[in-house]
Design a protein around this ligand. Structure first.
Ligand code: NAI
Ligand code: PYL
Ligand code: MG
Length: 259
């Protein structure tokens, strides 16, 4: 998994506010509304315990603090444990946490210990970024492009297929592209013969993955991928509505999914 760096998370509140205003402009709903519509849930000030985890590459500076800010932003009552790992988990439960948030280098989970529901960040991120893209009010058709069909992209593509979109997809990993075609009915994008889209969902760990030939004026690019999929130059040239944020939108999707 491509890991976040402390730099990605600087000013997380401002990043979240800016992303929320783009989501509102694109969909007419804010992030909370999209989560509510997606999962049919809303928070009742559930207590969230955030447990730092030291295994593997260890603590990411700003990670737990960012989760604290994000959970507060979405109306949850949250705290970060003093201790990490197993002792932190024990501390979280002892202090009344109903939902546990914790991540190692492979899995970032939300576990509601009251109702038993559990969420994984990668599918939850794919589903919500795809949902946001699917709600573009000015989309010119039901065609959507998905770039990257991995752990985030595939569940996002599945969400779009389930909502009745005609999903074009591309991944340089032929095995993943084949799986999306056979399991979801995704139409492979022919890089030699591209078409323009008003709605694009991207989930890759690479920069500049969106070729200019697929961009249309004022299109939406909904992308959790880090680094950003499009250059600032292309974004401005096509007046692209860019929904991109490093942690909060995916975390909101996880939390609403376990309520
Ligand atoms: P993954 O490795 O499972 O999938 C990425 C896919 O992108 C791979 O299949 C790869 O072949 C494909 N790819 C690479 N270059 C490409 C290109 N030029 N065009 C099309 N596809 C290309 O990774 P995963 O877990 O799906 O994560 C994707 C990105 O999302 C990463 O940057 C990760 O850090 C980020 N992420 C962001 C979150 C957020 O809240 N903003 C949450 C979770 C992940
Ligand atoms: C959850 C993010 C989204 C993109 N990559 C994922 C990532 O960076 N995962 C690692 C998270 C490790 C957190 C660390 C801590 O500070 O508790 N163990
Ligand atoms: Mg996010």
């Amino acid at each position: 998994m491509a890991l976040l760096t402390p730099n990605d998370l600087i000013n997380i509140n401002r990043q979240l506010q800016e992303a929320d205003s783009v989501v509102q402009k694109v969909t007419g709903l804010d992030i909370k509304d999209v989560c509510q519509a997606l999962y049919g849930t809303s928070p009742l000030s559930e207590k969230v315990g955030i447990v730092p985890v030291t295994s593997g590459n260890g603590i990411i500076g700003n990670f737990s603090a960012s989760l604290h800010a994000i959970t507060q932003y979405f109306g949850f009552d949250s705290f970060v444990t003093d201790m990490p790992d197993v002792s932190g988990y024990y501390e979280a439960v002892q202090n009344g946490a109903e939902i546990i948030l914790m991540a190692d280098d492979h899995t970032f989970l939300a576990h509601n210990i009251k109702n038993g529901k559990m969420a994984n960040n990668q599918p939850c991120t794919g589903v919500i970024y795809a949902e946001i893209a699917s709600r573009y009010l000015k989309a010119d058709s039901k065609d959507v492009l998905v770039m990257g069909l991995g752990k985030v992209g595939f569940p996002g593509a599945a969400q779009l297929v389930q909502k009745g979109f005609r999903v074009y997809g591309y991944d340089p990993d032929a095995r993943l592209l084949k799986r999306a075609v056979s399991d979801l009915g995704v139409i492979p994008l022919d890089p030699a013969n591209p078409k323009k889209f008003s709605t694009i969902f991207e989930a890759t760990p690479c920069a500049n993955t969106i070729p200019e030939a697929v961009l249309s004026e004022n299109c939406v690019l909904s992308t959790p991928g880090i680094p950003c999929a499009i250059s600032e130059e292309l974004r401005k040239k096509y007046d692209v509505q860019l929904v991109a944020e490093p942690l909060g939108i995916g975390t909101a999707s996880m939390l609403y999914s376990v309520l």
